[in-house]
Design a protein around this ligand. Structure first.
Ligand SMILES: Cc1cc2nc3c(=O)[nH]c(=O)nc-3n(C[C@H](O)[C@H](O)[C@H](O)COP(=O)(O)OP(=O)(O)OC[C@H]3O[C@@H](n4cnc5c(N)ncnc54)[C@H](O)[C@@H]3O)c2cc1C
Length: 398
């Protein structure tokens, strides 16, 4: 029954992982380290769908990826963020965390590049990822669980992991009363501007530094290695729209609304004003998962956005998914049965992910103008908060 060195004591030998986004490949890699053979089933026909804009991997996410040896593959497609500058929306710097001692490493990268890098890394590590496999039903039986796919095929294993994102099918199958995603009150957008070619900006931008400009409304921005500037911002909106509905509106119209909102904002007015319609990234409604009552049954468990999507305000969605993947594998390795492992995993993860989601909702309300507060900028203590320093000791018994 040893286990501090990674020898498994579990009776779980095989797993079906539903979803080949971020959590799926990382979970399969972590399970392999725990001696459990996992197959990933992804509904898309290929690794990435090109949806979403840029996202960040925080230091805690990189630490989790390092446990499964995927950190280098992600660094190759990511841009290091050497520091953070807070501004007040008039161009004035409020705080500069440049070269702050002990600044932890984080990366900015395209969501699609992250999907591809993780899938390639998992496949190179021997993980079987099957594309074009949309899960439609799950049957739990005494000695295993069977997944049924839209193409009529099935697969059976000891356990099934629902890593199928914020609109999880698995979540609804294990609890028909599970909550639906909540709406954060804003529609998110991004854009890329060749600022130098369009006459420069009214604020200097140091390459790689991440800028958060608060003021009346919030805008984040940073420059790519080729000098172009990426921005991300949002439009408050009372009623949510689906992603498809947002896409139906021409980019020109969204740009017009964003330009109106960011009038007078430095450098939002200039950046959005110079964004061409074809360079607008439509991310869609900012969504989050309210607290989910049921995380698992006897042989089925949820992981990643399927059970704890904190909304992109937190900058933690991908990082928390990687953390949960490693923690679940550690629990499965160290507990004799799936049911005990799932209970241990929930106990470890629930308090942390619910606290981060709650914090992101407070930021979203400020962005949507519902608190009467301006979006507030973090203090150095918050910047280097325990959320970033979180580190999982793979060799410790779960
Ligand atoms: C549309 C969208 C855009 C986003 N854009 C940003 C952004 O710009 N910035 C940011 O910080 N965060 C963004 N996020 C959040 C971030 O991507 C997530 O926090 C992170 O990807 C969580 O990883 P995950 O693996 O749990 O879920 P996901 O990455 O969503 O992966 C879930 C996977 O499961 C698959 N799947 C779903 N249902 C089934 C099924 N029935 N059968 C088989 N496979 C299935 C999906 O195709 C998907 O590949 C976005 C999320 C979404 C959904």
């Amino acid at each position: 029954m040893t286990n501090s060195t990674g020898t498994r004591i579990t009776d779980v030998r095989t797993a079906l992982v539903i979803g080949g986004g971020i959590a799926g490949p990382v979970t399969a890699l972590a399970l392999a380290r725990a001696g459990i053979e996992a197959t990933v089933f992804e509904r898309r026909p290929e690794a990435a769908d090109g949806v979403g804009a840029m996202l960040s991997i925080a230091p805690n996410g990189l630490a989790a990826l390092a446990v499964v040896g995927a950190d280098e593959a992600v660094r190759e497609v990511g841009q290091p963020v050497p520091g953070v500058v807070m501004q007040d929306g008039t161009g004035r710097t409020l705080a500069d965390f440049h070269g702050f001692p002990g600044l932890p490493e984080s990366l900015a990268l395209r969501r699609a590049d992250l999907f591809r890098a993780l899938a390639d890394h998992a496949i190179a590590g021997g993980i079987d990822i099957r594309y074009g496999k949309r899960l439609v039903n799950v049957v739990e039986h005494a000695d295993g669980v069977t997944a049924e796919f839209a193409d009529g095929t099935t697969a059976t294993a000891d356990i099934l992991i629902g890593a199928d994102g914020i609109r999880s099918t698995v979540r609804g199958l294990i609890d028909p009363d599970a909550p639906a995603p909540g709406y954060g009150g804003v529609l998110s957008f991004g854009g890329i501007v060749d600022a130098a070619a369009s006459g420069g900006l009214d604020v200097p931008i140091e390459s790689g530094m991440m800028y958060f400009a608060f003021g009346r409304t919030f805008l984040g921005f940073w420059s790519l290695p080729d000098g172009r500037v990426v921005w991300f911002g949002s439009l408050p909106r009372e009623e949510s729209l689906t992603f498809a509905e947002v896409r139906e509106v021409p980019n020109e119209e969204w740009l017009a609304r964003l330009r109106e909102l960011y009038t007078g904002h430095v450098p939002g007015e200039a950046l959005i004003g110079r964004t061409a319609p074809e360079d607008l990234m439509v991310v869609g409604p900012m969504e989050f998962m309210p607290d989910v009552p049921t995380w698992h049954t006897g042989r089925i468990v949820l992981l990643g956005d399927a059970v704890h999507a904190p909304s992109s305000s937190s900058g933690q969605g991908a990082s928390l998914a990687a953390e949960s993947a490693v923690e679940l594998a550690r629990c499965l390795r160290d507990r004799p049965t799936a049911a005990e492992a799932f209970a241990a995993y929930e106990a470890l993860r629930r308090p942390r992910v619910e606290a981060i989601t709650g914090d992101a909702q407070r930021k979203n309300k400020a962005k949507a103008g519902k608190t009467g507060d301006k979006p507030s900028f973090p203090t150095p203590e918050q910047m280097f908060a325990p959320v970033h320093k979180f580190h999982i000791d793979w060799n410790a018994r779960a």
